[in-house]
Design a protein around this ligand. Structure first.
Ligand SMILES: Nc1ncnc2c1ncn2[C@@H]1O[C@H](COP(=O)(O)OP(=O)(O)OP(=O)(O)O)[C@@H](O)[C@H]1O
Ligand SMILES: Nc1nc2c(ncn2[C@@H]2O[C@H](COP(=O)(O)O)[C@@H](O)[C@H]2O)c(=O)[nH]1
Length: 393
C-alpha cells in the first residue's frame, strides 16, 4: 500500500567523495531511504522505499535485529545488499548489511506478499560450513552426532531444533529440542525466524535461524539433524552447508534399531518406517546430498564421517581476516567503493596524511551465512593512500 511521503530524518550518505553526497540509495526503480526515526524514548532505524514508477512510499517489513541506530553512512554494494557502517561504535559492531533482494528476502517477500528488507550484521571471519545430517528415523544420526560432539566439544555445536512433539524420557528442553506449542511455532515461522521447517511423522519440526547462528557465533561448526524435506529447504536457502545422508545396511536392520530404541509406540514405528522408504528413495535426488554414509558398523561409520569432515584439515579454513590492534575500537565511516572493496576512513583521522586510518572491506569475501548475519568479512589496513586512490580511479 502506498502512502504520503513521511517526515523522515536521514543521515548524509557519502558516495564517492565528500562532494557527492546523497541521502538515499537508488536501486533500479526504487529508492531506499535509510533514516533514523526518533520517538520520545528511543531512536531507531526506519526504512522507506520510494517506488519511482508509482511515486508512492512503501514501508517494508523489516526483519532481523537492527543496528544500534547511531548515525551511519551507507553504500550500495550490489543489487542484493546495502552496506551500512554505523558511526560511533567499534568496528566489530559497526558493519551491517541491509538485505534488499537476497534469496532470503525474496523468499520472505513471497511468504508475506508484501515488501520486505532484512538487517544482517557483518561478522568478521569465515565460518566453516554447517553440516546437515539426514536419514531415516532410527538409522543412527543422533548416535553419530553424539559421538562427534563428545570427541570434539569445542569444534562442533548442535543446532537445537524446535518441535511440537512431546519430549521423550531424558530429553531436556533447550538441549535436545526446544519443545514448542504449535501455534507459537507457526507464528515464529511466519515471522521469518526459521531457516527451514517440515511436518515429520505427524509433528512440526524446524531449525530457527538463531539455532544455527548461536553455534556459529561461538566459533563452532554447526551440525543439523534434520529430515530430507528440511535438507531440501536448507539446500534452497542461502546457507551454504555440507549435506550427508545416512543409510541403514538394510530395511530390516532399521526396523530392528527403531524397535530396540523403545521410544515410539507401534503405530508411530509403522509411520516412521513408511516415511523411511520415501526418504531412502529421495537420498539419490540429484544435487541434494553431497555424501552417503552406510551405518552398518557404528565405529566404521563414525570414522568415515570424520574423514568426510576433514577434521585434520580444520585449521585450513581459518578466516584470515586482519584487524590491527586499536582499529577494532576506532570508529569508521564509508569513504568510497571499487568493484571489490569499500574503503572506510577513521572518523578522527586526517585521511591524506594518515593512511593508516584507512581500511578496506573485501567484498569478494562475503559468503553470506544464515539470514541475520553476513559472514566472511575481511578487513585490512590500507598501507598507502596511493593504494586507496588507485582503487578509486
Ligand atoms: N551402527 C549401529 N548398529 C547398531 N545399532 C545402532 C547403530 N547406530 C545406532 N544404533 C542404535 O539405533 C537406535 C537409533 O539410533 P538413533 O536414535 O541415533 O537414530 P536417529 O537416526 O537419530 O533417529 P531419529 O531420526 O528418530 O532421531 C539407537 O538405539 C542406537 O543406539
Ligand atoms: N526438517 C526438520 N527435521 C527435523 C528437525 N529436527 C529433527 N528433525 C527430524 O525429525 C525426525 C524425527 O526426529 P525425532 O527426534 O522425533 O526422532 C528425524 O528424522 C530428524 O532428523 C528439524 O529442525 N527440521
Amino acid at each position: 500500500m502506498g502512502e504520503e511521503a513521511p517526515e523522515f530524518r536521514v543521515d548524509r550518505i557519502t558516495l564517492g567523495s565528500k562532494d557527492c553526497q546523497e541521502n538515499a540509495i537508488v536501486v533500479g526503480d526504487k529508492t531506499y531511504v535509510i533514516g533514523r526515526t526518533d520517538d520520545d524514548s528511543k531512536s531507531s532505524f526506519g526504512i522507506k522505499i520510494l517506488d519511482k514508477l508509482t511515486q508512492t512510499w512503501i514501508v517494508p517489513t523489516v526483519l532481523g535485529a537492527q543496528p544500534p541506530s547511531k548515525s551511519h553512512s551507507a553504500i550500495l554494494i550490489n543489487e542484493e545488499k546495502i552496506l551500512v557502517v554505523e558511526k560511533g561504535v567499534s568496528l566489530n559492531d559497526s558493519i551491517w548489511f541491509l538485505e534488499i533482494d537476497t534469496p532470503f528476502v525474496k523468499q520472505q517477500r513471497k511468504i508475506k506478499g508484501s515488501e520486505v528488507v532484512s538487517w544482517s550484521k557483518g561478522v568478521l571471519g569465515v565460518a566453516q560450513k554447517p553440516v546437515v545430517i539426514s536419514g531415516p528415523s532410527g538409522v543412527g544420526k543422533g548416535t553419530l552426532i553424539a559421538k562427534l560432539m563428545k570427541e570434539y566439544p569445542s569444534k562442533f555445536g548442535f543446532s537445537v531444533s524446535h518441535t511440537t512433539r512431546s519430549p521423550r524420557v531424558k530429553e531436556i528442553d533447550g538441549v535436545h529440542y526446544h519443545f514448542a506449542g504449535r501455534s507459537k511455532m507457526e507464528q515464529d515461522i511466519s515471522e521469518g525466524e526459521f531457516l527451514e521447517f517440515a511436518h515429520v511423522h505427524g509433528n512440526l519440526y524446524g531449525t530457527s535461524i538463531e539455532a544455527v547462528e548461536s553455534v556459529t557465533d561461538e566459533g563452532k561448526r554447526c551440525i543439523l539433524d534434520i529430515d530430507v524435506q528440511g535438507a531440501r529447504s536448507v539446500r534452497a536457502s542461502s546457507l551454504e552447508a555440507i549435506f550427508i545422508f545416512v543409510c541403514p545396511p538394510s530395511f530390516e536392520e532399521l526396523e530392528k534399531r527403531l524397535r530396540a530404541r523403545g521410544t515410539e509406540t507401534e503405530e508411530q514405528i509403522q509411520k516412521r518406517l513408511r516415511n523411511a522408504r520415501a526418504e531412502l528413495d529421495q537420498s539419490n535426488s540429484p544435487g541434494l546430498f553431497d555424501h552417503l554414509l552406510v551405518n552398518d558398523n557404528l565405529e566404521a561409520c563414525y570414522e568415515n564421517l570424520k574423514k568426510l569432515l576433514s577434521l585434520d584439515d580444520d585449521h585450513k579454513d581459518s578466516d584470515g581476516c586482519f584487524i590491527e590492534d586499536g582499529k577494532a575500537t576506532a570508529c569508521y565511516s564509508i569513504m568510497s567503493k571499487t568493484e571489490s572493496e569499500v574503503f572506510l576512513q577513521s572518523e578522527t583521522g586526517e585521511v591524506v596524511k594518515a593512511a593508516a586510518n584507512l581500511l578496506a572491506v573485501d567484498l569478494s569475501s562475503l559468503t553470506g551465512g544464515a539470514p541475520g548475519r553476513t559472514r566472511g568479512l575481511k578487513i585490512h589496513s590500507i598501507n598507502s593512500i596511493d593504494n586507496c586512490l588507485k582503487g578509486i580511479r
